[in-house]
Design a protein around this ligand. Structure first.
Ligand SMILES: Nc1ncnc2c1ncn2[C@@H]1O[C@H](COP(=O)(O)OP(=O)(O)OP(=O)(O)O)[C@@H](O)[C@H]1O
Ligand SMILES: [Mg+2]
Length: 662
């Protein structure tokens, strides 16, 4: 058993035709050129700049490393130089203190002789000062070298009460010689000082010899010339005492004090008069923090070299960038121009200019693409023309089809009208037939009665005899029967005419409130000729409210379904008609005991022109028209059928529907 609900069938949706594109040159949302440039910059220039920057950093750190090595080497060199100088001083001082003449002079306290001795030594000896103290530690001879190299006696000191320091004297008790380094208070220059004990032959101290080498600015300047860096010496508090550069003297002592730790394994930078200096400070002698040696190498040359290299690098990068951008622009022009031409042509096609052609300007892949585009454009134009022709042809065919369909619908109507008329004529023929034959008898009877009246008036004796002859008694008996029969016939004719009028309701083409049960009765009345003696009709009509319908159309539906049912029954059979209400719908079910349908047939019964009846008997339009009518009334038709058992059509009509006319 198959239930078919036509509503589930897919509908073909016809979209409104698209509005044609306006012929305006559209611009891309993003420019390919900008994207290419951006990517190009990102993937070529960024790494280039990165490599350059990285090289610069590496270069600078290599230079710094080199600078540090140089500073470290130089400070070692200076340290060694200082200790050599000290050894030189110590060796000479030992020699002088063990000189027999000096021992003698000091033992005999011949100070002028001792002074002369020292003056003689000092002339050929690069020492800054030489002094003699007597055995008590009092200064007796003080010689100094002037700036011009001349040896002078400091008579004021010799005359005064100047003594060797207590601490030094103490040290000299246990050792032959003591040496130390100190900054001279007024001049600030570093002094390498050696004290040597002078012993008599009996190993008794007869005096003390002091020899000093001063490291003044001039001495440092000569070193600066050789080493090509500024040299400065700082005391234990990190105060600069002597320096080859005036600028370095200007820094407060805290400045260097803070930096000493920093410069242990590297150097720090100090900038003075726009020149950066790499500065390293370390103890002059390892492990002795009383005197610190500072070296400051100017970074000017290094910076100049770095500047030159940086400039050269950036010039190279700049030139590369310019070249890259120019190449990119040229390349993008090469690609973009034909691409733009293609876009323009495609837009022309989109706006309806089919067959647009582009001039081919190169033999490359782009040329090939342009050529393919041109061919495609021509093909599209050709296809469009062909399509237009096809559409025209289809429109013509569709027009023809519509005309044919109209003709067929018309002829279908004519056929069913013909069938209806034939049925009605047959129905009318019966009553009119027996009214007509009754009329012949009635005419005969009236003639006989007229004759009897005439006999009764003119020859009353013969009345009885004539009565017998004319079968008066039979006439009296038969006439009311004939009249009654005529009356029945006339009533039947009237009923048929009323049904016919109700059925067609040509005078009522508008929507009317109709009684569906009454419509079914009318339709059955008209079909009674076809159903009579063959088909038993079982009606179970429930009370239904009046429903808004086009009554002639609804009658047409009932007529189609009922006559299909009658035609499906071969010989005798039954038709069950049942009306009911379910929620908002009136349900009219028409069931027959006919031959039924296969599933394949059920799928097609609502299609126009589908029929299983022999040519000339059915148009195949009955159910498709009925389907349209019920749809316009807001209802639906369902069908259930089983081959050999029968078919049931159920019509659902909305109780408060508002039908649409065709
Ligand atoms: N009650 C039924 N029992 C069996 N088959 C039916 C029944 N009703 C319709 N059909 C099948 O559906 C087909 C289409 O019916 P439809 O009323 O549309 O056309 P038709 O009856 O063939 O022709 P027309 O209505 O013009 O006389 C029929 O040919 C028949 O095969
Ligand atoms: Mg039919």
């Amino acid at each position: 058993m198959k239930i078919l609900n036509r509503k589930n069938k897919k509908k073909r949706v016809i979209e409104p035709t698209e509005t044609p594109v306006k012929e305006t040159r559209r611009r891309p949302a993003k420019s390919l050129r900008s994207i290419l440039t951006l990517w190009f910059l990102l993937f070529s220039i960024v790494p280039l700049v990165f490599v350059t920057g990285y090289s610069m950093v590496q270069f600078e750190s290599a230079i710094d490393e080199e600078l540090y090595k140089r500073l470290r080497g130089n400070s070692r060199e200076i340290s060694v130089m200082f200790s050599d100088l000290e050894n030189y001083l110590s060796t000479h001082s030992n020699l002088h203190a063990s000189d027999a003449s000096l021992i003698y002079e000091m033992s005999t306290a011949s100070i002028p002789n001792a002074r002369r001795l020292l003056q003689g030594w000092m002339k050929n000896y690069s020492v800054s000062r030489m002094s003699l103290f007597n055995s008590e530690g009092r200064l007796v001879v003080a010689l100094t070298r002037s700036g011009a190299g001349e040896v002078k006696s400091q008579t004021n000191l010799e005359a005064g009460d100047v003594y060797l320091r207590e601490s030094s004297l103490k040290q000299l008790e246990s050792s032959m010689q003591i040496k130390f380094r100190d900054f001279d208070r007024p001049t600030g220059q570093l002094e390498l000082i050696v004290y040597t004990k002078i012993l008599s032959k009996k190993a008794k101290p007869v005096g003390f010899l002091e020899e000093i080498i001063s490291i003044d600015r001039g001495y440092l300047q000569s070193m600066k010339k050789r080493l090509n860096l500024d040299i400065f010496l700082l005391d234990k508090d990190a105060r600069v005492r002597v320096s080859t550069s005036e600028n370095l003297m200007l820094y407060p002592k805290t400045f260097f004090a803070d930096k000493i730790g920093e410069s242990k394994n590297s150097f720090f930078e100090v900038s003075s008069q726009d020149v950066a200096y790499a500065v390293k400070i370390q103890p002059l002698t390892e492990g002795d923090n009383s005197i610190l040696l500072g070296l400051a190498a100017s970074k000017r040359d290094v910076m100049n070299a770095t500047k030159v290299i940086t400039r050269a690098l950036f010039t190279v990068v700049g030139v590369i960038i310019i070249l890259l951008v120019l190449t990119l622009l040229a390349a993008s022009n090469l690609v973009l121009k034909p691409l733009n031409n293609l876009v323009e042509a495609a837009q022309k096609i989109a706006s309806g200019k089919f067959g647009t052609q582009i001039t081919i300007e190169s033999d490359t892949e782009i040329g090939l693409l342009t050529d393919s585009f041109n061919k495609m454009s021509l093909k599209v134009a050709e296809a469009k023309t062909a399509l237009e022709m096809k559409i025209q042809e289809l429109e013509r065919l569709n027009h023809d089809l519509q005309e044919t369909q109209a003709q067929l619908v018309h002829s279908a109507k004519m056929v069913s009208l013909g069938q209806l008329v034939a049925g009605v004529a047959h129905e009318l023929n019966n009553p009119i037939g027996f009214i007509y034959s009754n009329m012949a008898h009635l005419k005969d009877y009236s003639e006989r009665l007229t004759k009897l009246l005439d006999v009764a008036e003119h020859n009353p004796k013969n009345l009885d005899k004539t009565k017998k002859e004319e079968e008066y008694d039979y006439i009296l008996e038969d006439m009311p029967r004939l009249i009654k029969s005529c009356e029945d016939g006339a009533r039947r004719v009237r009923d048929i005419v009323v049904s016919l009028r109700n059925f067609s309701r040509l005078d009522e083409a508008q929507v009317k409130d109709i009684d569906v049960n009454e419509s079914l009765e009318n339709t059955l009345q008209l079909l009674s000729g076809e159903l009579k003696n063959r088909i038993r009709v079982h009606k179970t009509f429930e009370e239904l409210p009046l429903i808004k319908c086009f009554s002639s159309q609804i009658n047409q539906v009932f007529m189609n379904i009922l006559s299909n049912a009658a035609q499906a029954i071969e010989g005798e059979g039954d038709i069950w008609i049942h009306t009911s209400i379910n929620k908002d719908f009136a349900i009219i079910s028409i069931k027959d005991s006919g031959k039924g349908m296969t599933d394949k047939t059920i799928e097609k019964i609502f299609d126009p022109f589908f029929t299983t009846k022999p040519v000339g008997e059915g148009t195949g339009l009955g159910l498709s028209i009925s389907y349209g009518i019920i749809q316009r009334h807001g209802g639906e038709i369902r069908v259930e059928s089983k081959i050999g058992q029968g078919t049931e059509f159920s019509i659902f009509l909305p109780l408060d529907g508002s039908p649409i006319s065709k």
